[in-house]
Design a protein. Structure first.
Length: 384
């Protein structure tokens, strides 16, 4: 049973663990044609290079919170900014950028799924979004390029977490979080098990979120060892937070950030997976978080304390530097990496990663905006 209270007296620092996970640099061939083994022995030719290897099949995977929530409910109305302009271009954009697998969150309405499915069929993809009954509660979609799918049984499952922040269900906007699974056979003959999830949001609800991580991680661990696994989603917590108090709502400081840093390690422990953006050397969670200036209320008008131009775009997926995110959460949330791609080491090897869809390139009433309030987490895997 997870504790409901935790006393943490310093920022949990994952540096040693994260550094241990980074892939070693590949050996390099000396930049010369001969080597000199020693005095008076003459130059000795290098052995011939090994024969060229055949190209390794690759898999380009995107995890992306699309921010498509616009829903009225008995006690209010929750609406993400500029949805019509963003969704008008989103299906065509994300389905023509060369992804093999797309793990999408916050596609809340069945009508939006229908639009995505029609575009996906046009561009050679297959869509799984769960059931019409439960999809509007979890908002998750998995999209796979049809040409990659081989012969073999499909296993598709829809789950909702046992533990929820129940007010989100009622009287809130009928949200009940969970995950989707899709196991398939690739044309290479390999079995691939995909997960897509969206965990509980907001720092103060860390006990709910950590129980969700545990439930999901234990399910991942049941996948047979010979099957490759990729888990993507909006996990709503980062690896590291330098200060326990950060942000302000209605004049009150927001706390519980340090205990939030225990969640992702918990999921990694139960699932046995690795963080792909860490392994390829892209994510710099500790360094980027430590580079943020001290928080003060002026961040409401001055996103991230004025660091948006200088901060490398290699880590944060949720940040006030994104104008759509700032519209909803200005100075209320720590800038962080909330969106992940985890994988089971073995047949899958991450070779590169990127933070995707960071540009303000969507036209909206005379200005340019981002495609979503989150940036995407993308990884290219090689298949061994």
């Amino acid at each position: 049973m997870l504790l409901e209270r935790a006393t943490i007296i310093a920022a949990p620092n994952p540096t040693a663990y994260l550094e241990s996970q980074r892939a070693p640099a590949p050996p390099t061939r000396p930049p010369m044609d001969v080597v000199n083994p020693g005095p008076d022995q003459g130059d000795v030719p290098l052995p011939p290079p090994p024969p060229a290897e055949l190209p390794t099949p690759q898999l380009k995977v995107l995890s992306y919170n699309t921010g498509l929530l616009d829903r009225k409910y008995p006690s209010g109305h929750v609406q993400m900014p500029e949805m019509p302009a963003r969704f008008a271009v989103m299906p065509e954009r994300i389905l023509t950028d060369g992804w093999d697998v797309l793990l999408l969150q916050e596609v809340w309405e069945n009508e939006a799924v229908d639009t995505l499915r029609a575009a996906a069929e046009t561009h050679g993809y297959v869509v799984y979004a769960g059931s019409d009954k439960h999809h509007p509660q979890h908002g998750l979609v998995i999209i796979v390029k049809k040409s990659l799918i081989g012969e073999g049984e499909f296993v598709q499952e829809e789950h909702q977490f046992r533990d929820q922040r129940w007010i989100e269900r009622f009287p809130g906007p009928n949200i009940k979080r969970g995950w989707l699974e899709w196991e398939l056979t690739l044309k290479t003959g390999q079995r691939l098990h995909l997960y897509n999830t969206h965990a509980q949001s907001f720092a103060g609800f860390w006990p709910v979120r950590e129980r969700q991580y545990r439930e999901l991680g234990l399910d991942v661990a049941t996948v047979p060892s010979e099957v490759s696994v990729i888990v993507g989603g909006d996990f709503n917590a980062g690896w590291y937070y330098p200060h326990d108090q950060f942000g302000v709502v209605d004049g009150e400081s927001i706390g519980d950030w340090w205990v939030n840093a225990t969640g992702i390690p918990l999921f990694v422990h139960y699932s046995g997976l690795s963080d792909a953006h860490v392994v390829v050397g892209l994510a710099q969670d500790v360094e980027r978080m430590n580079a943020l200036p001290p928080f003060d209320p002026s961040w409401v008008q001055n996103p991230n304390g004025g660091t948006c131009e200088s901060m490398p775009v290699d880590t944060f997926t949720a940040t006030d530097c994104n104008s759509m995110y700032q519209h909803s959460y200005a100075a209320q949330e720590y800038p962080a990496r909330l969106d992940y791609l985890f994988y089971r080491p073995g047949a899958l090897v991450p070779v590169s990663g990127e933070i995707a869809y960071t540009a303000r390139d969507v036209p909206d009433e005379g200005r340019m905006i981002e495609l979503s309030d989150h940036y995407g987490a993308a990884v290219t895997f090689s298949l061994r």
